[in-house]
Design a protein around this ligand. Structure first.
Ligand code: IMP
Length: 424
């Protein structure tokens, strides 16, 4: 069986967790392939909100297996926190959670290095979630990292010490004011490592291969969004992994010709958290309204998200890079009440009007060109079928489908599992 992918097409926070949770009934295995606790996947069901950072969003369905793939970076402390919360919900995660031996581990000093690096950047900071993501991937590509499989080796603590010592000298090199008590951080870390070691570690690429061969259905769950991809995002204001479709191949060991459907998730408008260019960002009442109605605060950091109109230039680019086969539009309900909706269909760039994403989309280079569409007043949150959609929403969907040439198969009208409408 081919592996289906589910990816964010914007700057993250599109609502991937909710859709994975909704789609899990169709899959035997849900697998994360990149990122780590910088992600915050929110699921709402039975009146309760659940936030997952590293654990795949299929964990609440008893029948699905959940795999943390080799491309993921794991902070044992945050991971343990997630497990504790699952235990409180009586989720029997031990039988449904598998961890790749090749996944890398975030050390306490990786987090400190992240903080030191950001502090040293001053105004040019990335706006990182400070979870140690960048430094951990740097150690991975620098061939210095510690992997989950290393925890099974007798000398792993020595390897840990060597790396942590090196990190401490790097922190000192940054020459910024970072206060920390490493002993305290390590006590917490080693406790969490013991919990991690009680879980099942596997050679995940073999597991994924055998699962495919025996006809099991697999959904690869992306984290962050395509515009935060280390290669194709708005560099340097990006995360440190490949968030796009190719990342699922390297982050799970899936061959490119074994990829099936690619679900592209986007919000009906655009948000971004952290620094970096955002051509359609709004600084007016419309932006405030989107943020307020859409509760646009980060699930991981609580930071206020920047809001703006839908950017079709960027969305088309993300669809191309990922080979999206189906689109899922999230938070359509947030746009109820806007008299007119704007969609950016081109950029004015160096005296020309262009319809592709250029190398540099800083505000001084790019001015969005908008198409206006009449909005709708109706509250969508209680709707259960696409036949109930108001004319304005149907026009908006038709316009996007025509521009993107990909069907919008799911429209989400609220955070709950139930507020998900499938279109034919
Ligand atoms: P880092 O991956 O924590 O280093 O953060 C790098 C950039 O990606 C920052 O602008 C973050 O705000 C952003 N970022 C990282 N993870 C997420 C996410 O899951 N959702 C939205 N933005 C994210």
């Amino acid at each position: 069986m081919a592996v289906d992918l589910l990816l964010g097409l914007q700057w993250g926070d599109e609502g991937k967790g909710k859709i994975v949770d909704v789609l899990t009934n169709n899959y035997n295995i849900i697998a994360r392939f990149q990122g780590g606790p910088n992600a915050g996947h929110t699921l709402v069901f039975n009146g309760k909100k659940h936030v997952l950072h590293t654990i795949p969003s299929g964990i609440f369905h008893g029948d699905a297996m959940n795999l943390v793939g080799n491309g993921v970076v794991i902070d044992p402390v945050i991971f343990k926190g997630e497990l504790d919360k699952l235990a409180e919900q009586d989720v029997d995660y031990k039988k449904s959670l598998l961890i790749s031996r090749k996944a890398h581990i975030i050390l306490p000093t990786h987090r400190l290095l992240d903080a030191a690096s950001e502090a040293a950047k001053g105004k040019a900071k990335i706006g990182s979630t400070l979870k140690g993501i960048g430094p951990t991937y740097m150690d991975k590509t620098g061939r210095n990292g510690i992997r989950v499989g290393d925890l099974e080796l007798s000398d792993w603590k020595q390897r840990y010490r060597n790396l942590a010592n090196k990190h401490e000298s790097m922190i000192a090199f940054y020459d910024v004011d970072i206060e920390y008590d490493l002993e305290e951080l390590e006590t917490e870390f080693f406790k969490a490592i013991d919990v991690l070691k009680s879980l099942t570690f596997i050679d995940s690429e073999e597991y994924v291969y055998q699962a495919q061969k025996s006809g099991k259905t697999i959904l690869a769950e992306g984290a962050q969004g395509s515009l935060l991809d280390i290669d194709f995002g708005t560099y340097p204001f990006v995360t440190s992994s490949n968030t796009t479709a190719a990342g699922a191949c390297t982050g799970l060991g899936v061959a490119p010709n074994k990829i099936g459907d690619v679900f592209g998730i986007f919000k009906a408008y655009t948000t971004r958290v952290g620094s970096g260019p955002f051509p359609t960002e709004l600084f007016d009442e419309d932006g405030e309204t989107m943020g307020r109605v859409g509760h646009e605060f980060g699930a991981t950091t609580g930071r206020k998200r920047r809001c703006g109109w839908l950017d079709l230039v960027a969305l088309k680019y993300a669809c191309q890079v990922n080979g999206v086969t189906q689109l899922n539009m999230m938070k359509a309900d947030v746009l109820s009440g806007f008299k007119t909706l704007k969609v950016c269909t081109a950029y004015k760039y160096k005296g020309e009007t262009i319809a592709h994403l250029p190398y540099n989309i800083e505000a001084e280079n790019v001015e969005p060109v908008y198409t206006e569409i009449k909005g709708w007043e109706e509250d969508l949150t209680t709707m259960t079928d696409a036949s109930q959609f108001p004319q304005g929403l149907n026009d908006y969907i038709d316009f996007l489908e025509k521009e993107l040439e990909i069907p919008i198969t799911i429209v989400s009208v609220g955070p709950d599992r139930k507020q998900t409408i499938f279109r034919k």
